[in-house]
Design a protein around this ligand. Structure first.
Ligand SMILES: [Zn+2]
Length: 621
C-alpha cells in the first residue's frame, strides 16, 4: 500500500490577499447569492471535477461578517501576497530542506463547489523537494505551497448552499509528502511531526479545524484515491485502513466480475410503465410527482452488490453514492430483493421486462426530476463500468465514523491558470539568509530542551511538543508557575475533563488556567483537587473561586486534618492496637476517601502515621 499526505495548516498572520484578521466571526451582517460556472484552464480544457460540480446546478449564498471586505466578496482585486505568511511558508520549507522557488507565482485553481466567491482558489508553489525523518524512516517532501483557505460551509437545503466568508482567504501552508507512507499508524506519525514543525514557527492558528489533512491512498493493484479534509488526526489511521480494505474488496469483485464475463448495458431503460402500480418508496413518490424511473442492466452482477463477509463496504453503496452526490436519496438494487415499496411480484415483472437472467442484476434510479434522474443514471452507469476495472481514482469525503464517501472525480491539471491580479514575488538571497538566520528550534530539539531546562520527563515534553499546548505552556511558565504542574495540567488533567458526546473538548481561557494554578500553588486547594475544579469549570462555573465554592474543595487547616484522621483511627482502634503501623495501608484508603483533593497526600500520610503511633502507643502503656 502507498500513502501520501498533504497537511494544510492555517496561519495566524492575517489573510493572504486582504488586510483582514485570520479570525472566524460569530455572526454575519449581510449576505448575497451567486452561481458559479466552469471555465477552462490554461490548456483550454474544462477539468472533470469542475464540470461535475457545475452539473449540480446549485445556488450559493454567502454570509459576510462585520468587515464587509470587498476582496472576499470578489468585488475588488486582491492585494499583494501577505509577506508575513510567505515568510512562515518559507521558514517551514527551510526546516524541511525544501528548495525555495526563484519567483513565487500565484495561480488560480478552478473550484466551483461554492467554497469561494471567485470560482477559483489562489495557490502558490513556494518550495520543492526536501525530506523529513520520522521513526527512522525518511519521507520525501514533494512541495510546500501557500494557498488561501475556502469559505466555511454552514448549511445546505433545497438546491442552495450557504457559506460564511470569515474563513475565506486565511493563509494555509500546504505540505505534500511523497507516497512513502505504508500504514495508517505511520501516516499519523508523519502528520504529527509535520504539525509540530509548523507550530514551531509560532505563527499558526490553533483549535479544531485549523489543521486539515488530505490522504492519497492506493492499495496494491488499486488506484489513487484522495480523502480530503480530515480534521481529526486520531482518525487518520482508521481512514487509511478502511480505504485499503475498500480497495481490496473492489479488486476482489473485479476479479469475480471478469471471471463471470460481466458487462453493463450502456443504455438505461425507462421502467415507469412497468412499475406504474408502485405506490410506496422512492419509486412511488417519483411517479406521483411525474418524475422518472430508470433501470440499469448489470449483466453478471447478481449477488455482488449487497453485503460481503468481513467488510461493511459494498458495491451497492458505491453505486448509491454516485446518485447521492447529485442530490438523490440513493438507488434501489436487485440484491435488496423486494424492498423500498416493491413487492416480490413487481420485482418479477421488472426482471422479466428487462430480460434479466439469474446471474444478472438491476439498479433503479427514481427521481421527481426526469432530468436529474437521467444525470444520476449516467453517473451510476459510469461507476458500474468502473467496477469491471477495479478501483476508480476519485475524491472522497471523510465521515466521522472513520468511513469515507464518494464526493467527486479527481481533479487534474486542467483547472490551473495564472492569477494575473497578484504580482509575482521574487525570492532574493537576502530574504532567505534572513530567514535561515532566524530558523525556529526543531521539535526534537525542543523536547530535549524542555527536559533539560524545565525538568520535564521526556514523555511530558513530547506530549507538549507534539500536542498543541506548547505555546500556552510557555506562557503559563512565564507567569511563574512550576513547569511540571503546568505540563500535567495541559497534557493530562485538561484533556481528561469529561464532556458530552460530540461536544468539543473543554478549553478554558489561559487566564482561568492561570487562576487555577495559582489556587493550587497557594494551597487553597490540594493538587489532587485540580481535576474536580476543572470539572466544575466545564460544567459552567464562571471562575476558579466559584468552582472552589461549588466543589467544596478547600484545603483543611492542620487542626481539621488532625481531627479527621484521629476520628477515623479511633473508629478502628482494635485494628490499630493489633497491627500498629501495619494498619497504615487499610486506614489510608479510608482517610483518602474522605479527604482526597482537600489536603496534600503526603501531609495526610504523615498525619496518619502520627495518629497510629499515638493510639498503638496508648495500648502498650
Ligand atoms: Zn478581507
Amino acid at each position: 500500500m502507498k500513502v501520501g499526505l498533504e497537511v494544510h495548516q492555517q496561519l495566524a498572520t492575517g489573510k493572504l490577499f486582504c488586510g483582514c484578521p485570520s479570525e472566524l466571526a460569530e455572526s454575519a451582517s449581510t449576505s448575497f447569492a451567486r452561481r458559479l460556472r466552469p471555465a477552462s484552464g490554461e490548456e483550454r480544457r474544462v477539468d472533470a471535477a469542475t464540470a461535475f460540480q457545475a452539473s449540480r446546478g446549485l445556488l450559493y449564498r454567502y454570509e459576510s461578517g462585520p468587515s464587509n471586505c470587498l476582496v472576499e466578496c470578489d468585488e475588488e482585486p486582491p492585494r499583494p501576497l501577505n509577506e508575513t505568511a510567505l515568510d512562515v511558508a518559507l521558514t517551514v520549507a527551510l526546516l524541511l530542506g525544501s528548495r525555495p522557488v526563484d519567483e513565487v507565482e500565484v495561480m488560480r485553481k478552478i473550484v466551483v463547489d461554492g467554497s469561494n466567491t471567485t470560482g477559483f482558489q489562489r495557490t502558490a508553489l513556494v518550495a520543492v523537494g526536501g525530506s523529513l525523518e520520522v521513526g527512522g524512516v525518511r519521507h520525501e517532501i514533494l512541495s510546500v505551497c501557500l494557498e488561501e483557505d475556502a469559505a466555511r460551509k454552514i448549511g445546505a437545503a433545497g438546491g442552495e448552499v450557504a457559506y460564511r466568508l470569515d474563513r475565506l482567504g486565511i493563509p494555509l501552508v500546504e505540505i505534500a509528502t511523497g507516497p512513502s507512507i505504508t500504514s495508517g499508524a505511520q501516516a499519523r506519525e508523519v502528520a504529527q511531526e509535520i504539525g509540530a514543525l509548523l507550530r514551531a514557527t509560532r505563527r499558526v492558528r490553533r483549535g479544531i479545524g485549523t489543521v486539515r489533512e488530505d490522504l492519497n491512498v492506493s492499495a496494491e493493484g488499486g488506484r489513487r484515491v484522495e480523502i480530503k479534509g480530515v480534521q481529526e488526526l486520531r482518525l487518520l489511521g482508521e481512514y487509511v485502513a478502511r480505504e485499503e480494505g475498500r480497495q481490496r474488496l473492489l479488486l476482489e469483485l473485479r476479479d469475480e466480475l471478469v471471471r463471470r464475463e460481466a458487462r453493463v448495458d450502456p443504455e438505461p431503460t425507462d421502467v415507469a410503465a412497468v412499475l406504474a402500480d408502485v405506490r410506496e418508496g422512492p419509486v412511488g413518490s417519483a411517479l406521483r410527482a411525474g418524475g422518472s424511473v430508470l433501470a440499469l442492466r448489470l449483466l453478471g452482477f447478481a449477488g455482488l452488490l449487497g453485503p460481503r463477509a468481513g467488510t461493511d463496504e459494498r458495491l451497492g453503496r458505491e453505486l448509491a453514492d454516485q446518485a447521492k452526490a447529485l442530490g438523490l436519496g440513493g438507488v434501489i438494487h436487485s440484491d435488496e430483493g423486494a424492498a423500498h415499496g416493491l413487492t416480490a411480484e413487481q420485482v418479477r415483472g421488472l426482471r422479466s421486462s428487462l430480460s434479466l437472467g439469474e446471474a444478472d442484476a438491476y439498479v433503479l434510479i427514481a427521481d421527481r426530476s426526469a432530468e436529474r434522474a437521467g444525470r444520476a443514471a449516467r453517473q451510476v452507469l459510469g461507476r458500474a463500468v468502473a467496477a469491471l476495472e477495479g478501483v476508480p481514482g476519485e475524491t472522497r469525503d471523510p465521515l466521522p465514523d472513520g468511513r469515507t464517501r464518494y464526493s467527486r472525480p479527481l481533479p487534474g491539471r486542467d483547472r490551473m491558470y495564472p492569477e494575473t491580479d497578484v504580482p509575482p514575488v521574487l525570492l532574493d538571497a537576502a530574504r532567505l539568509d534572513r530567514l535561515r538566520a532566524a530558523l525556529p528550534e526543531r521539535p526534537t530539539a525542543t523536547v530535549l530542551r524542555l527536559e533539560r531546562e524545565r525538568g520535564l520527563s521526556s514523555e511530558l515534553a513530547g506530549q507538549l511538543v507534539y500536542g498543541t499546548e506548547l505555546d500556552r505552556f510557555e506562557e503559563l511558565v512565564g507567569r511563574g508557575h512550576a513547569a511540571p504542574a503546568v505540563a500535567r495540567l495541559l497534557t493530562q488533567e485538561l484533556p481528561g475533563v469529561a464532556v458530552a458526546d460530540g461536544a468539543p473538548a473543554f478549553d478554558p481561557p489561559t487566564t482561568v488556567l492561570d487562576d487555577l494554578l495559582r489556587a493550587v500553588a497557594s494551597g487553597a486547594v490540594a493538587k489532587e483537587g485540580t481535576s474536580r475544579l476543572l470539572d466544575e469549570l466545564a460544567r459552567g462555573a464562571p471562575s476558579v473561586a466559584d468552582a472552589l465554592r461549588r466543589s467544596g474543595l478547600t484545603t483543611l487547616s492542620a487542626a481539621e486534618l488532625a481531627a479527621t484522621v484521629d476520628r477515623i483511627v479511633t473508629a478502628q482502634l482494635p485494628l490499630v492496637r493489633a497491627r500498629g503501623q501495619a494498619a497504615f495501608s487499610p486506614l489510608m484508603g479510608d482517610v483518602m476517601r474522605e479527604l482526597r483533593g482537600r489536603a496534600d497526600g503526603q501531609a495526610i500520610a504523615a498525619e496518619l502515621r502520627r495518629a497510629i503511633a499515638r493510639h498503638a502507643g496508648t495500648a502498650t502503656s
